[in-house]
Design a protein around this ligand. Sequence first.
Ligand code: ZN
Length: 129
Amino acid sequence: MRARYLVNAAERLSEAEELGKYDAGLRMEERYLAQHTAAGRNRARAAAELDRVAAEHGPWLIWVTKNDSRVEPDCRELAGTVFTADNPPKGQIPGAVHPRCRCKAVGMYDTTQPLPPIKAIPHGGAVYV
Ligand SMILES: [Zn+2]
C-alpha cells in the first residue's frame, strides 16, 4: 500500500511539474500525506478497539452505527451485521470506514449491559435506537 501511494504521489508531482505547478502540487501532496497518515492512525485505532471488544466479549460481534441522518450509506448497510474480528464484513473495520466514522463493534453476547431496542432498516440491516 505504501509503495503504491509513493508511486502515485510521484506521478502526480511529475504531472504538476510538467504543468509548471510543482509548488502547488507539492502542497497538495503534503495535504494528501497528512490525510493518508491520519487514516492509517484511525484504522490502527479502530482495529485495536475491535480486538479489545473481541477479547472482552468473545469472537461474535455486531456492527453498530449511530441512527441519525449523518450515517454514511456504507455504514448504514453494515449496521446490524454479525461478524468476527478476524473476518470483518467487506473487510471494513467499525470506526474506520471513512474519516468521521462513528461505528463500533459490540459483543454479540455482552450480558453486562441491557440491549438497546433494535430497529430494522429497509435493506436488511438493523440499528440500535
Ligand atoms: Zn461508520
